[in-house]
Each structure stands twice: as C-alpha cells, then as structure tokens.
Design a protein around this ligand. Structure first.
Ligand SMILES: Nc1ncnc2c1ncn2[C@@H]1O[C@H](COP(=O)(O)OP(=O)(O)OP(=O)(O)O)[C@@H](O)[C@H]1O
Ligand SMILES: [Mg+2]
Length: 238
C-alpha cells in the first residue's frame, strides 16, 4: 500500500482549473518529485494535500485514511507536514522559537522537544550556531534550512517540500539537496518535492511526475526522465 495515494484530483480557483484529474502515489521511503514550470500547479498540489485548498473532485488517502475533508492541523498530526514555498518563517521570532512552533500539533514533553531540536541541529549545524538569532537576520539559504527544520519538528511521515531551491545561490542549493538526501537515507523520511529546478530534483529523486498546466504529462523513474529527450528540451536546457 502506498503511503500517499491520490486519485483524480481536480482543483479550481473560480473559473481557473489549476489541477485536472491528476493521480499519483508516494511509497514509504521514496523521494518523489513534481517538476514543472511556473503555474503548472505544484504549489496547488501541496496545499491541497495539506488541507489548505479544497479539491473539487478526487480522493486523497494518507496511511489508508481519507484526508480530503480533514482540517490542516489534523493532517499535520497524522504526519503529513509541509515546508511551504518562499520559506515562510516568522521573521521576528528566534531560530529556536520558530523550530518549537513546528511541534505545535503534537503534545511533547520538554525532553522530547529537546531531542527533536538536537535532531534538526545534527542535520543543520548552522541553525544551532544561530539558535537565538531572529529569523529575519538569517540568509535566504539559512531561512530555507529553518523552514525545513520547523517541518521536521512535527515528525513527518511524509515531508512536503515546495521549491526549496527558490532564490538561493547554487552552492547552497546543492547543500540543501544533499541534506534532503541525508534525511531520506539516514532517517527514512519519505519526501515529496516540488521543484522548477528539474535537473537537481531528478538527480536526487527516485520517481518523478511532470506537471504541465494542471496535468501530469509524464511520469517514471527519475534517472530515466533525466535522460528523456522531450524533457531535456523542455526543462533541462538540453
Ligand atoms: N489563490 C489563487 N487564486 C486564483 N488562482 C490561483 C490561486 N493560486 C494559484 N492560482 C493559479 O493556479 C495555477 C497554478 O498555480 P501554482 O501556484 O500551483 O503553480 P506552481 O506550479 O506552484 O508555480 P510556481 O513554480 O510559480 O510556484 C496558476 O495559474 C495560478 O495563477
Ligand atoms: Mg509554486
């Protein structure tokens, strides 16, 4: 059974059909990526999974449970946790306060919280060095680490990452993508990654879906898609 199973999902914003009957799945232990250009529907997909946008048709099952009608905090509690596009951290709160807010949905003792914090700091040592610094004073890349770290504080079974490369220098993007791989390999966290940077995403993912104006136009093993002629022309500058 897939960890996440989505069937025939359709999402409308008024007259605009942002997603048209898309079906996809994510299995436990996988990194799955959604690649596609601006406006393809990547963020809409993530926000619908998180219960922030309601589908007009389709089914979403997570751990075998229908989550289409659940509130976002209930979805987080089940273990489906999003790190949103644009690294939405709380600018005037410290690194530590931002991280602790990530654990809001589950009751945790101080000891447990401390343990989770150490866990995040092991992955992102830079955050530990800046633990009492206000989030707005962090660099873009560090804020992205903080956004991911905050999502990890919720102990995700499935982590949704929406464009972690957005607005970040190439070298840092590489570092962050290495961390994503580390998270998946060492801790077995299952990851769904939305990216415009198709090359980077396909390099680290196991499987991929290509989204074009609300429809899945291609899917398969990421390494195969990396060598696919049509995809190279459209997304990989080849
Ligand atoms: N709240 C909204 N109201 C109306 N239209 C919306 C809304 N949010 C998104 N859309 C439209 O839905 C389509 C899909 O947008 P979405 O943000 O999902 O794309 P995306 O693939 O994440 O793009 P990007 O790579 O630029 O982040 C776009 O045409 C967008 O204009
Ligand atoms: Mg987006």
């Amino acid at each position: 059974m897939s960890l996440l199973q989505v069937e025939n999902l359709t999402v409308r914003y008024g007259a605009i059909e942002a997603l048209r009957h898309i079906s996809f799945s994510v299995n436990e232990g996988e990194i799955v990526t959604f690649v596609g250009s601006n406006g393809a529907g990547k963020t809409t997909t993530m926000r619908t999974l998180s219960g922030l946008v309601r589908a007009s048709a389709g089914k979403i099952r997570f751990k075998g449970v229908g989550i289409d009608t659940l509130a976002s905090h209930q979805i987080v509690k089940l273990g489906l946790v999003q790190s949103p596009e644009g690294r939405l951290v709380f600018p005037d709160l410290s690194v530590k306060e931002n991280l602790l807010l990530g654990a809001f949905a589950r009751p945790a003792s101080n000891g447990e919280l401390q343990h989770e914090l150490e866990h995040v700091f092991a992955l992102f040592p830079r955050l530990k060095e800046r633990i009492n610094q206000d989030a707005h004073t962090l660099s873009g890349g560090e804020q992205q680490m903080l956004a991911i770290g905050r999502a990890l504080m919720a102990k995700p079974a499935l982590l949704l990452l929406d464009e972690p490369s957005l607005g970040i220098a190439p070298l840092l993007v590489q570092q962050i993508f290495q961390k994503i791989v580390e998270l998946n390999k060492k801790q077995g966290t299952t990851i769904l990654l939305a990216e415009q940077n198709a090359r980077m995403a396909l390099k680290i993912a196991h499987r991929a879906y290509v989204l074009e104006v609300g429809e899945i136009v291609q899917q398969g093993v990421a390494a195969d898609l990396l060598n696919d002629e049509r995809l190279q022309k459209a997304y990989l500058g080849g």
